[in-house]
Design a protein around this ligand. Sequence first.
Ligand SMILES: [Zn+2]
Ligand SMILES: [Zn+2]
Length: 207
Amino acid sequence: MKVKTLINGSFEENCYMVIDETTNEALVIDPGSEPERILNWLKGANCTIKYVLNTHGHSDHIGCNTAVCDEFKVKLGIHPLDAPMLINPQLNLSTFWGMEVISKPADFFLNENDIVTLGKNTFKIIHTPGHSPGGICIVNDNIIFSGDSLFAESIGRTDFPGGSTKALVTSLKNKILPLDNNVIVYPGHGPTTTIGHEKDFNPYFSV
Ligand SMILES: [Zn+2]
Ligand SMILES: [Zn+2]
């Protein structure tokens, strides 16, 4: 399995393409902004895209959902609590940032403990509310896509509507801290890290 990253948009959001080299299938996680760049990048990989998954419903993560789903004829999944954000520029904060981002609605929901397969790989959905009510992480034995729940040595903002520092810290401690130290973290913004590094250096793990 291979993970490719495209940093895009003014918020420097990480759009991820997870490729299973055996089947040449791919998952696209959080296609944020810059549709032309993202479509060209995805086409260049020559994979069969299986799903588009959103870690949460903020505008910097969902802006190209429609473009990617339409181009590759694939379905969109998000946690049900963040699904209303897709079609509401106020809820997805784009109005707040002076834009109007509207995504296609969700085709299916990603709930706690749901499994998404990619070739022989399985990813589990863990619900990590706090940055947004329906924030999720997408996890397997070796990697976690943490959205804006966990960043390298930091966590996502909790001052947006529906955010809660207490909820986010609880999510991190209960659901992310128990993962193996060598699990690689692919966050929604900024560089990759590992669970072991975060246990040592993330101040929010010791709150
Ligand atoms: Zn966010
Ligand atoms: Zn973000």
